[in-house]
Write a protein that binds this ligand. Structure first.
Ligand code: ADP
Ligand code: MG
Length: 477
């Protein structure tokens, strides 16, 4: 029976999906296209060179096992890489490489590969200015925004590890530019500084510059006014690691985009590292010239997601630990439960609680925390979270929090799970599917059933109705 590439790859994906985190699966495997299957060699197309490198570095073991499982011991994988950004070659094309990496069972597969085959030439540098010495640049880096202080979680794993890789090997990885994007208050600026600081640690002789886009624009305007635009451009072209924060502010600023385009090209061609941040992925940024946008896509775009509960708690604990301050665990938890979309607000609430308690000599209690959150957060974005609802429900019935996610079908636990679903439906904007995922990995039909069950019980069971009313009060408090 002849099998085709699609079918085989489909089967591989099913295995892979079960073995890695969903976010990684989406990032690294969904974009792959199976191209052909010939003589037990499956060729897959990957969107860029960094993709290929990342797969080889992180997933080669899994890929090999999966391929062998599907195609037998002779099974092999070959990549077709879309080479987008070659300076002499305007249109994308593919190069083929066999999978590399050490393979103890099949040493003959282990051949060296030259990824640059036919793709890059020595690029003459028209900008070299004779006699220009390295000048001292103030990096503008904030010491406390270090990797050390950047708590790792599922929400930031890819961006963080790409950032770390960049700082170990600036300009030499495929992550150039490294493009970090997220909503406000989720750590872009922090991570951008961390990369800069780490480069400084590893390579003290390298010139690192952190600059906000507003500052870049202001400097450019100033240089036009003083008629020393060339100096401005030359200055930027000397930087080894250029970090530009909030690049979306270039939107609509055509002249500045132009000059940034030149700076970017020059740095990139000379294997200097560029790190960019924005509030959106490159494809969604408006008002920026296509030629510049397309460059933002050359390297890796990695996002930062809102942190999960444990990560929020870890971030608060780290802050407190660094500042040498103690705070009751239940207050930390309360904060982490209540503020779930923005780390800056989380820290803001923490700071105002500390300030209140020390100014007014009040003990740090849940009540104080509540007051502060109501004052500073409720007005902007506080919405009850599913996590918080679960916590209230479990506390109320004296159950440990993790039972909600357990598989047990004990009556009291099923009931707590159903109540959590019911209140999540009532008090959050989450979809049924989302609520299900959060409450024991159930599907939307289960959530719907739970809501009906609770409504029925409210109508028929007096004691149950009292539970629901009390819980409702607690949740809204
Ligand atoms: P953004 O630039 O995305 O708006 P920031 O980098 O300014 O966000 O982060 C907001 C605050 O949250 C900063 O004080 C930062 O130190 C903190 N923060 C963000 N992410 C983390 C993290 N993973 N670990 C610790 N602190 C973090
Ligand atoms: Mg920022």
């Amino acid at each position: 029976m002849k099998r085709n590439a699609n079918e085989v790859w489909e089967n591989c994906l099913n295995i892979i999906k079960d073995n890695i985190h969903f976010q990684s699966y989406k990032t690294w495997f969904v974009p792959i296209k199976p191209l052909k299957l010939e003589n037990d060699v499956l060729t897959i197309q990957v969107p860029s060179q960094f993709f290929y490198e990342w797969l080889e570095e992180h997933y080669i073991g899994l890929l090999k096992k999966t391929i062998k499982k599907e195609l037998g011991p002779e099974g092999r994988l070959e990549y077709s890489i879309i080479m987008e950004h070659t300076y002499n070659n305007p249109s994308p094309f593919s190069i083929k490489v066999p999978t590399s990496s050490v393979n103890t069972e099949n040493p003959e597969v282990n051949m060296p590969i030259d990824l640059n085959r036919g793709t890059s030439k020595e690029i003459p540098n028209p900008f070299v200015i004779p006699g220009l010495k390295k000048i001292k640049v103030n990096s503008q880096l904030v010491e406390s925004y270090s990797f050390e202080n950047f708590v790792e979680g599922d929400c930031n794993r890819l961006a963080r590890s790409a950032g770390f890789a960049v700082s170990e090997n600036p300009g030499k990885t495929a992550f150039n530019p490294l493009f970090i994007y997220s909503n406000v208050g989720l750590g872009k600026t922090h991570l951008a500084h961390a990369i800069g600081l780490q480069v400084k640690n590893n390579f003290p002789e390298k010139t690192v510059l952190y600059v906000s886009t507003e500052q870049f624009i202001a400097q450019f305007i100033e240089s036009v006014r003083n008629n020393n635009q060339n100096d401005f451009v030359h200055f930027y072209q000397m930087i080894d690691v250029l970090i530009v924060d909030d690049i979306q502010f270039l939107s609509g600023k055509e002249k500045t985009q132009d000059v940034f385009f030149h700076v970017f090209n020059q740095l990139h061609q000379n294997l200097k590292q560029v790190v960019l941040t924005a509030d959106k992925p490159p494809v969604e940024i408006k008002g920026i010239e296509p030629r510049l946008l397309s460059r933002f896509k050359w390297g890796l775009a990695a996002d930062l997601q809102p942190p999960a509960l444990e990560t929020r708690i870890a971030i608060l604990q780290k802050r407190l630990y660094n500042d040498g301050i103690e705070m009751p665990a239940n207050v930390i938890e309360y904060l982490a439960y209540s503020i779930n979309t923005n780390i800056r607000e989380l820290e803001g609430a923490l700071i105002s609680i500390l300030a209140q308690s020390s100014l007014n000599k009040k003990a740090i209690t849940i009540e104080l925390a509540k007051q502060m959150i109501d004052k500073f957060v409720k007005s902007t974005s506080r919405e009850v979270s599913i996590d918080y609802i679960q916590k209230i429900v479990c506390d109320y019935f004296n159950l440990p929090l993790d039972v909600i996610n357990s598989k047990t079908r004990k009556r009291e636990i099923v009931q707590a799970r159903q109540l959590s679903m019911y209140f999540a439906k009532k008090h959050t904007k989450a979809s049924l599917a989302n609520i299900g995922t959060h409450c024991g990995k159930k599907d939307h039909a289960t959530v719907l059933h739970a809501c009906r069950t609770v409504n029925n019980l409210i109508d028929t069971d007096k004691q149950f109705r009292i539970y629901v009313e009390e819980l409702d009060k607690k949740i809204k408090m």
